[in-house]
Design a protein. Structure first.
Length: 140
């Protein structure tokens, strides 16, 4: 599961812009065979009096925290490519709009994750392909 927390000033995104942003994020992962329902995007409005960078309040800034759980990257080249891909998907919603943006990715151990009380199937398995097809967790 990729879990995205997007922290932003109030009014930065309309409902339609949030949908477009979430669709772009989801597309990153479904291209690699993950079920759509694995991808969770949460938008958090943070008032400027509660958003500080370098000890100074910031109004035109977005901070994104991503947790990767379904897949982990051990290779430095793959990690760099992933960061660059994420930056390209984020840019139209942040830097290209004049917003300062920073993101980072944490990798959470896969064995500490369940969906509806079911441990996720092994990557690339027939069970995972069924989860993709059904777009929901299915006992296996």
């Amino acid at each position: 599961m990729p879990l995205w927390h997007v922290y932003h000033p109030p009014g930065t995104y309309t409902a339609q812009e949030k949908q477009q942003f979430a669709d772009g994020i989801t597309g990153i992962y479904t291209r690699f065979g993950l079920p759509k329902f694995y991808v969770v995007t949460l938008f958090h409005e943070i008032d400027a009096t509660s958003f500080y960078i370098g000890g100074e309040p910031r109004q035109a800034a977005v901070r994104i925290v991503v947790a990767h759980i379904a897949r982990h990257l051990d290779d430095a080249t793959a990690r760099r490519r992933t960061s660059e891909t994420l930056a390209r998907v984020v840019a139209p919603h942040t830097t290209e709009r004049g917003l300062y943006c920073e993101f980072h990715v944490d990798e959470t151990p896969r064995d500490l994750w369940m969906t509806d009380g079911i441990a996720p199937p092994p990557p690339g398995s027939e069970a995972e392909k069924l989860w993709v097809q059904e777009n929901r967790p299915v006992p296996y």
